[in-house]
Design a protein. Structure first.
Length: 189
């Protein structure tokens, strides 16, 4: 009978480890090779630019046009051909109205049919108030919100901020339309 070799399982384990190590080594070597190629390929392209890039056509391979005058065109579009038959009488062009027209005025129709839209007052200037001045900027407030403005900014009343001044210890802003707005915070106790 054959006796069991006590070193056999250890030998199998060693062979498996060697096979695993060989695969790991091959994977590591291929990774290093790929990294080296990736690092060196841009330099290869940079040093050999004539092999890469856009190739333009040289003018030596192009055909020269003859120096003679161009020939007359022989094919004409059917839409450009004129009917030259003399059998049909020539009609004068239709008369056109030379008066410029526009929309018809509806003055007076409102009273007969009633107003289509309710009359609305023309929107006036939107008022705002000065809240605070600091570092060459002013904080203003109107019905739609608060705004930080500086000289040259467009204000809610469609004027521009002309100057920011301090008068008698109170800040005021003057608009391009001449309106003067005082600091509302200075009036509070």
């Amino acid at each position: 009978m054959r006796q069991a070799d006590p070193t056999q399982p250890a030998e199998l384990l060693r062979k498996k480890r060697n096979v695993l190590r060989r695969g790991d080594r091959m994977l590591t070597a291929s990774g290093i090779l790929l990294a080296a190629v990736s690092a060196l390929f841009p330099w290869y392209v940079f040093l050999n630019q004539e092999k890469f890039g856009i190739r333009t056509t040289s003018f030596e391979h192009m055909r020269d046009l003859p120096p003679t005058a161009p020939r007359n065109v022989m094919s004409v579009s059917p839409l450009a051909m004129i009917d030259s038959t003399e059998d049909e009488p020539v009609l004068p062009p239709e008369p056109t109205d030379a008066v410029t027209t526009a929309t018809v005025s509806s003055l007076g129709e409102e009273e007969q049919n009633g107003s289509a839209r309710p009359d609305q007052p023309f929107p006036g200037k939107s008022g705002f108030r000065l809240l605070h001045v600091s570092n060459g900027r002013a904080l203003i407030e109107d019905r739609s919100g608060m705004y930080m403005v500086r000289i040259g900014s467009i204000l809610p009343d469609n004027s521009k901020l002309a100057t920011i001044e301090q008068r008698d210890g109170r800040w005021v802003i003057i608009t391009s339309s001449g309106q003067v707005y005082e600091d509302a915070a200075a009036a509070r106790p």
